[in-house]
Design a protein around this ligand. Structure first.
Ligand code: EPU
Length: 307
């Protein structure tokens, strides 16, 4: 299939971006911005000021420049080569976490792990399970990230976002958003900007105990030091994708440097120079084996961009 290359070269567009305070980083290799270390090349637009977003998107649309929103790149499989859209990425404001009583106002670009520990040090708990989940708070919010019996959606009271349908920045109350297993009611083109969380008070030492337990469990069962995008597939209701793949003896199965982790069979790692093509071929082989043996079609947990 022939792919369109998307690069911003028109000097009028470059000038308009400058006026909006948007930084253009031409020719960014997304393999350097994704936890899998996979992904082709495109232009990256860095946004410092949220208020510039509606004008930026109007500009891109009027110029026929497709775009994607990139968070921490930790749950993403991006295609190889020249990519047919530019990526928009938020630059975190400082401070990116502001506490008021039991509320934490957090910038979407803030690192999730840092947010969990910062809140913990201020005696705000609840998110212990999320320690060790890589990525930004915005990404965790969009996917309703969860682990060890908790999910971020439980604590969300307000979300500031760019809503694609209204083409403007709005604030939604937590009860206007549905948070399900690794799924939310946000539209694919909505861009998370900031969140207000309400967290239970807990003494720091107690939260730390919970954090240590989750860290240990994660270290014991997941390939933490390796390049991965976390779990590739969702768990079907009442079943475990990792266990099924393991039972089929597929740990270690590889296509090039794309490999089913020896430690957790639902983690597929880039053991060297894997391409998106390698990773997809591996995913598809595993999916077929699971379907054949268990009669289940596994759904993606990882987000695919042109892969
Ligand atoms: N298991 C195996 N072999 C494996 C992997 C797992 O037999 O290779 C078995 C385990 O022994 C256990 C069961 O399968 O009995 C479930 O495994 P685990 O506790 O590791 O949890 P999981 O269902 O595989 C889910 C989330 C993880 C999250 C953990 C901890 C999904 C798809 N995965 O994994 O989230 O960290 O629970 O709560 O929901 C992610 O979102 O990317 C992710 C990794």
């Amino acid at each position: 299939m022939r792919r369109t290359i998307m690069r911003i070269e028109d000097s009028k567009v470059v000038g308009a971006l400058q006026e909006l305070g948007i930084q253009l980083r031409p020719g960014t290799r997304l393999s350097e911005l994704t936890s899998l270390g996979i992904g082709g090349t495109t232009d990256r637009l860095l946004i410092k000021n949220h208020e510039a977003i509606p004008d930026l998107l109007n500009l891109l649309d009027s110029q026929g420049i497709p775009h994607r929103f990139l968070g921490g790149g930790s749950n993403l499989l991006v295609g190889d080569g020249e990519l047919p859209w530019v990526v928009l990425q938020l630059v975190s404001s400082q401070p990116d976490i502001v506490l008021e009583g039991n509320f934490a106002k957090v910038d979407a670009a803030a690192d999730l792990g840092r947010t969990v520990t910062y809140c913990a040090k201020n005696d705000l708990g609840g998110m212990e399970g999320l320690i060790g989940v890589p990525g930004t708070v915005g990404g965790a919010l969009r996917m309703n990230a969860g682990a060890y019996g908790m999910q971020i959606g439980t604590y969300v009271r307000e979300v500031k976002l760019y809503r694609s349908a209204a083409r403007k920045i709005e604030t939604l109350r937590g009860d206007q958003i549905s948070f399900e297993y690794r799924h939310t009611s946000f539209a694919p083109d909505d861009m998370m900007l900031a969140v207000k969380l309400e967290l239970p008070s807990k003494p720091y030492p107690e939260i730390l105990k919970g954090i240590r337990i989750c860290n240990e469990k994660r270290r014991a069962s997941q390939p933490l030091g390796q390049k991965s995008a976390g779990c590739i597939f969702k768990n079907p209701p009442g079943a475990s994708s990792g266990r099924m793949i393991d039972e089929l003896g597929l740990k270690g199965l590889n296509v090039g440097d794309a490999r089913v982790s020896d430690r957790h069979a639902n983690f597929f790692v880039n053991a060297g120079k894997a391409s998106a093509k390698d990773m997809l071929a591996l995913i598809s082989a595993v999916r077929q084996r699971v379907e054949k043996s268990f009669g289940l079609i596994l759904e993606f947990e990882v987000v695919l961009w042109n892969a």
